[in-house]
Design a protein around this ligand. Structure first.
Ligand code: FAD
Length: 431
């Protein structure tokens, strides 16, 4: 007879593992199914891990988890072709326990996190692909796998299979995503001596920093590049909306090469050795692209439910929070021994009322607005650079004259009105 569990979780990323860990800790029998050779082997992230959500799951986790560096500074670069306007926030409160965020390498972190779920009693099955949901009388009752003895059954199946959830799609929960709903990201892990990293990025000891790079890093397409410090490596990457790449006929690896050779970036990565090259999709459609997340006997979490806040590059925390909320709802449903859509619906309510739903709602129009009006990245960042160059170049011209020149560089009265309107609209979609 095929094996039956209380819950099957498909995908051992942050969402699936958080769900499996929470359930197993509460004594629920869980099968955590992962297609990769080990959890994290197929996973890609920039890689900032947000402490708070993880700490809610495993208090003090950072003392034993394979985190790279606590981030004490967030830098931002507004890039033009040969210049950059930079600003940053550095806070010593982030340098002390319990810290704020950490850089992580997913191949190590996901494996550690899944091991914790196993220690709590979850059964982890690697190198197992969930092929489809088994549906009986309109209820998901199990998963068909690629193993010879491939069917497993459960009261509830949690779909944590990532951005392109084929399983949720096969249930009719979402359609094929449009190119303006997903970003394509490519990144490299670059090996560099830790002492050089600390000197180059002005870091004390284990401290880390992140640099988000806008503007010319994506040749004006909506997106961002990033450069993050690990212990003895750097993560450099670039992600842009798929629709932008198609429209501008750009290849993501060409963009990454462009970023790596940019005069403002090149000095940071000189002498590095490429360790890994990774590519992945990011769901960036936000609130308006959220699929159906609950059905009879099934719950969708993490990227599979499109839970990414692209404006703040938060995804792993939303994934974990959704995994925990799914687990909590399942535990309530177990008390009633009812796993119908109606009984599982509180998951959706919790999600929408939590920071996950609230933040997605806050920025529900932002991505589409910035994609529709490319002037923010294409024109305004170069203008900001030009103004800074004008103001900070000491050339005998008076500061009044410089101000006049900056004002005239903004264009005609009509251009200025348009810019004012754009700023208002940007405020409207971000507020
Ligand atoms: P995933 O991490 O994608 O995990 C899904 C898992 O399911 C994988 O292990 C996969 O192998 C497995 N799987 C898929 N299909 C099957 C199947 N059929 N059978 C069995 N297993 C299956 N978020 C942040 O918080 N900070 C960042 O800095 C950040 N940077 C990012 C940079 C990049 C380049 C990308 C791509 C994403 C970034 N994100 C970031 C987003 C973050 O990585 C995701 O939001 C998060 O990983 C989602 O977790 P998840 O568990 O839902 O999905």
């Amino acid at each position: 007879m095929a094996e039956k569990f209380d819950v099957i979780v498909v995908g051992a990323g942050p969402a699936g593992t958080a769900c499996a860990y929470t359930l197993a800790k509460a004594g629920v029998s869980v099968l955590l199914m992962e297609r990769g050779e080990y959890p994290g082997s197929k996973n890609v992230m920039g890689g900032v891990l947000y402490r708070k959500t993880m700490e809610d799951i495993i208090p003090g986790f950072y003392k034993e988890a394979p985190v790279e560096r606590p981030i004490v500074e967030q830098r931002f670069m507004m890039l033009d072709k040969e210049s950059a306007l930079n600003f940053s926030y550095k806070g010593m409160e982030w340098a002390q326990e319990p810290y704020n965020n950490f850089t992580v390498l997913r191949a190590k972190f996901d494996q550690w996190f899944a091991d914790k779920a196993v220690q709590e009693g979850a059964l982890l099955l690697n190198e197992t692909v969930a092929l489809s949901c088994i549906v009986e009388d309109g209820k998901v009752v199990g998963i068909k796998t690629d193993r010879p003895d491939g069917d497993v059954y459960a009261d509830v199946v949690v779909l944590a299979d990532g951005v392109n959830s084929l399983l949720a799609k096969s249930l009719g929960f979402h359609k094929e995503f449009r190119p303006d709903e997903v970003a394509l990201a490519v990144m490299e892990v670059l090996k560099l001596d830790r002492k050089i990293i600390e000197d180059r990025f002005n870091l004390e000891g284990d401290h880390g920093c992140t640099i988000e790079i806008f503007g010319d890093s994506t040749k004006g397409i909506l997106g961002t590049a990033w450069l993050y410090t690990n212990k003895d490596s750097l993560n450099i990457g670039v992600g842009t909306m798929l629709s932008g790449l198609i429209k501008h006929k750009l290849k993501p690896y060409e963009l990454l090469d462009y970023v790596k050779n940019h005069p403002m970036i090149r000095p940071y990565i000189q002498g590095c050795e490429q360790q890994e090259y990774l590519a992945h999709l990011i769901p960036e459609g936000g609130y308006r692209s959220m699929p159906k997340v609950v059905g009879n006997g099934v719950i969708v979490v993490g990227d599979a439910a499109q839970l990414v806040n692209a404006i703040h590059r938060e995804g792993s925390n939303m994934a974990m929070a959704s995994g925990v909320m799914a687990a909590e709802t399942i535990m309530q449903a177990r008390e009633a021994n009812d796993f119908s859509e109606k009984m599982l619906m509180p998951y959706r309510d919790s999600l929408l009322n939590s920071f996950v739903g609230q933040d997605l709602k806050k920025y529900k129009d932002a991505t589409h607005h910035f994609e529709k009006f490319p002037q923010y990245f294409e024109q305004y960042i170069p203008l900001m650079n030009k103004a800074a160059s004008q103001m900070f170049t000491v050339d005998g011209s008076s500061k009044w004259n410089k101000q006049k020149k900056i004002w005239s560089d903004l264009g005609s009265a009509k251009d200025k009105w348009k810019m004012a309107r754009d700023l208002m609209n940007a405020w409207r979609v971000m507020k």
